[in-house]
Design a binder for this molecule. Structure first.
Ligand code: ATP
Ligand code: MG
Length: 386
């Protein structure tokens, strides 16, 4: 029997009627994530998803892809064994020789899911532990703090494996509705998307693009960020909204200190329009209290006031360093710091208001033909799927 991959998922949401829905969605997302891998068999049994590749050589790349699938708590690479002590010993000695030779201490952990099996877990541990000690004289048993845990599982088949690999956690993409991410080229919004995506929310994204003030390279950067997010969520449609006309109008007709907030209200309103068209239930932004002038408490209230949909801001209480740490972990950081102009930096006022009054910003905005500007932007939107 080949190497195979065992996938475990969380227990909390598995109660009652949700369970099959959750499992089927996770299996579907796993199939999607592994669609370019070698031929494989996927099936589930006893709260575990089994993946059997036809060819051992693709196991490592399967594991790398599974590490990004939301809803997976842990992954193990296991070897099949006959349900008898001789074959279990043989599989351990053959397949884990390098690890066992280089360690000083170990422990056997046995799990007997097949209650009809004639030995109980402690007996299995004792028997296999003894055989490992005979085969590797360098080792001794340490039940409290071993260097290596050797797992023996007795199910409808026998399996042996070493330690678990941590999965991405969260809930399967698509298990919690759909939202629209406002995706800039910065550090924050990709992290915000990742965090909401992790909770099982499927996403699409809008990006406001100010050609020719921002270049095609800035757009490519956003699409690259989108593709990194998609490597976790499966896919991502990016709606690219032409924003230059709106920004020029704002610049010409609104007081300079209101530019950013009026612009942010337009962004939210346009994102909401597209979100409704696309069946989304919420907006997601990368804002965090006080990070910049447009993210003070009163500024956030002005932004919120432009829409009716709930706005999720998962970074709201985080420091920049904490956000950067996640962006490194999810691999968006290096792309986010590429130095291409963003639509907002181009039109930033010298002295933005930090304690805006909603009425005054709305008054400034009403000098513009809001409906026409929004409609034109929505109509000019181009959609790219990554
Ligand atoms: P980020 O690092 O995500 O760009 P930021 O700290 O630079 O955030 P702002 O530029 O003020 O903050 O933007 C706040 C939020 O507004 C962003 O996190 C993002 O969700 C959204 N946003 C900003 N610019 C754009 C854009 N060009 N297209 C789409 N959304 C945007
Ligand atoms: Mg930004």
């Amino acid at each position: 029997m080949n190497r195979l991959v065992l996938v475990r998922y969380g227990e909390i949401i598995l109660k009652g009627l949700n369970r099959p829905v959750f499992e089927d969605l996770l299996v579907k997302n796993i199939r999607q994530a592994l669609k370019d891998e070698c031929e494989l068999k996927i099936y589930k049994a006893q709260a575990t998803i089994y993946i059997e590749p036809k060819d051992d050589s693709c196991t490592d790349s399967i594991v790398e892809k599974l590490k990004k699938v939301f809803g997976i708590v842990s992954i193990v690479v296991a070897y099949g064994a006959e349900k008898n002590m001789d074959d279990i010993e043989k599989q351990i000695v053959e397949n884990f020789a390098t690890e066992l030779k280089n360690a000083k201490t170990f422990k056997v952990i046995a799990k007997r899911a097949d209650k009809k099996f004639h030995m109980q877990s402690p007996e299995i541990c004792e028997e296999i532990g003894g055989r490992i000690l005979d085969a590797f004289p360098n080792l001794s048993v340490d039940v409290k703090n071993p260097e290596i845990n050797v797992y023996v599982e007795i199910r409808e088949h026998g399996y042996v494996h070493l330690d678990k690999i941590q999965g991405a956690g969260g809930m399967p993409s698509g298990s919690n509705g759909k939202a629209m991410l406002l995706l800039s080229g910065g550090i924050d919004s990709p992290v915000a998307g990742y965090m909401i995506g992790k909770r099982g929310v499927y996403m699409e994204a809008v990006h406001f693009f100010s050609y020719p003030y921002t270049s095609d390279r800035a757009k490519d950067k956003v699409l690259k960020l989108a593709s990194i997010i998609a490597s976790y969520t499966g896919s991502l449609k990016v709606h690219i909204v032409p924003f230059t006309d709106i920004q020029l109008e704002i610049r010409d007709k609104c007081p300079e200190e209101h530019l950013t907030l009026v612009m942010r209200r337009f962004m939210m309103a346009i994102a909401e329009r597209i979100a409704i068209k696309r069946g989304c239930q919420a907006l997601i932004t990368g804002e965090s209290i006080g990070q910049v002038a447009s993210q003070t408490m009163s500024a956030l209230a002005v932004t919120d006031d432009a829409v009716n949909m709930p706005v999720f801001r998962p970074l709201i209480g985080m420091d920049k360093e904490e956000i950067v740490e996640i962006s490194r972990k999810i691999d968006t950081f290096e792309t986010s710091i590429l130095p291409y102009e963003d639509c907002c930096t181009v039109f930033t006022p010298r002295h933005p208001t930090t304690k805006p009054k909603i009425e005054r910003i709305v008054f400034s905005q009403e000098k513009l033909d809001i409906e026409r500007l929004i409609n034109e932007a929505v109509e000019g939107t181009e959609t790219v799927e990554v």
